[in-house]
Design a protein around this ligand. Structure first.
Ligand SMILES: NC(=O)c1ccc[n+]([C@@H]2O[C@H](COP(=O)([O-])OP(=O)(O)OC[C@H]3O[C@@H](n4cnc5c(N)ncnc54)[C@H](OP(=O)(O)O)[C@@H]3O)[C@@H](O)[C@H]2O)c1
Length: 323
């Protein structure tokens, strides 16, 4: 099979298109032939070595969709020819085939196309747990979503809007702001030009937001605390601008504020919860609460092009690689 392989951490140029042996299937595993692969910022962290891979050479990538081609001993829940998707911390989705533990896969309903599933498995289930589990958004809440025009950001705006929240997004450009508005943001702040905390306070009569979804990290985190109302919560779920620096815990006493730093893979590690999360995410798609769309499609061998776009802040929405 062919796969994107890295022999060392580094820029997009370390991603090579190479031949690799088809992996052996251990008990409890299935061989998946990928049909669509989601592009995520976590893949950039893997490539850079910020999320270290076990050894080199390694593949990267965490969100895949495809067809089961072979089933390992002991697997009773899946059969050959079945469509499945998965999101896994272990790198390896940027490949024509992948061996995956059956317990990590989700059977795909007929009404969920492969490319849509390649958005829902990682970005969609992330939006599910962020909006329902890290902080349970209520109708009437003010919700601040950073990088609102990004892959995860658009889904958060749509779904929070469907839950009855007032959604304020932040983006770096007015074109991205217009996109976020089309996907559920009631207001958008250009956070590269304006102090977003001051603006959120102004938009909420001085009170602030109940929750901030902050996947940007270093550049936004401290101000995200300033944008909260009393008892407000920052969900710091990513670091596209760099890791959040250590901060004075006393800062939280300004409003009995709370902070969490969740990771999708801890939520999906429990099979029962994974099934609930997938079911609610598929239902949100079916009901039109979220409208996952592919913004850019690349051949898998051209994955470096997608990474360049993502890191240069020029991408919007969800990008997909096609093997
Ligand atoms: N913890 C979890 O479970 C989990 C799961 C999924 C994703 N995540 C995190 O969520 C975040 C979003 O992931 P995504 O895949 O959907 O990516 P994305 O939002 O589509 O792309 C990242 C966006 O971050 C913004 N950004 C701000 N500063 C940046 C910088 N210095 N360099 C690059 N981008 C910058 C850009 O939007 P603007 O141009 O509008 O600023 C950019 O488009 C990432 O931090 C990711 O690690 C976490």
């Amino acid at each position: 099979m062919k796969a994107i392989v890295i022999h060392e951490p580094g820029g997009p140029e370390v991603m090579r298109w190479e031949d690799r042996a088809l992996p052996a299937i251990d008990p409890g595993e299935v061989l998946v032939r990928h049909t669509a692969i989601g592009v995520n910022f976590i893949d950039v962290y893997q490539r850079l070595g910020r999320y270290p891979v076990a050894s080199y050479p390694s593949s990267i990538g965490s969100e895949g969709v495809g067809v089961v081609e072979a089933v390992g001993a002991g697997v009773t829940t899946l059969k050959r020819g079945q469509r499945v998707g998965y999101a896994m911390r272990a790198p390896g989705a940027y490949a024509e085939h992948r061996v995956v533990p059956a317990a990590m896969t989700v059977p795909l309903p007929d009404d969920v196309p492969d490319e849509v599933a390649a958005i829902l498995m990682l970005k969609g289930m992330t939006a599910e747990y962020l909006l329902h589990r890290s902080y349970a958004v209520q109708a009437g809440d003010t919700v601040l979503v950073h990088a609102a025009a990004g892959g995860t950001g658009l889904l958060l705006c749509e779904w929070a809007h469907a839950l009855g929240a007032r959604v304020i997004g932040t983006t770096s450009t007015s074109a991205k702001a217009a996109l976020a508005r089309r996907h559920g943001a009631d207001e958008v702040i250009l956070y590269t030009e304006e102090d977003f905390a001051v603006r959120v306070k102004a938009l909420t009569g001085g009170r602030g937001a109940q929750v901030v979804y902050d996947g940007v990290g270093k550049a936004t985190f401290m101000k995200s605390l300033d944008a909260l109302t009393t008892l407000g919560h920052v969900v710091c779920f990513g670091a596209s601008s760099g890791a959040v620096e250590p901060f004075d815990l006393g800062k939280l006493s300004a409003g009995s504020l709370t902070v969490s730093r969740p990771v999708l893979f801890h939520y999906t590690a429990d099979r029962g919860r994974l099934e609930q999360m997938a079911a609610r995410t598929f239902a949100a798609y079916r009901d039109g609460k979220i409208r996952p769309e592919v913004s850019r499609r690349f051949a898998l061998k051209d994955a470096a092009k997608a990474h360049r776009l993502l890191e240069s802040r020029q991408s919007t929405g969800a990008m997909v690689l096609i093997p």
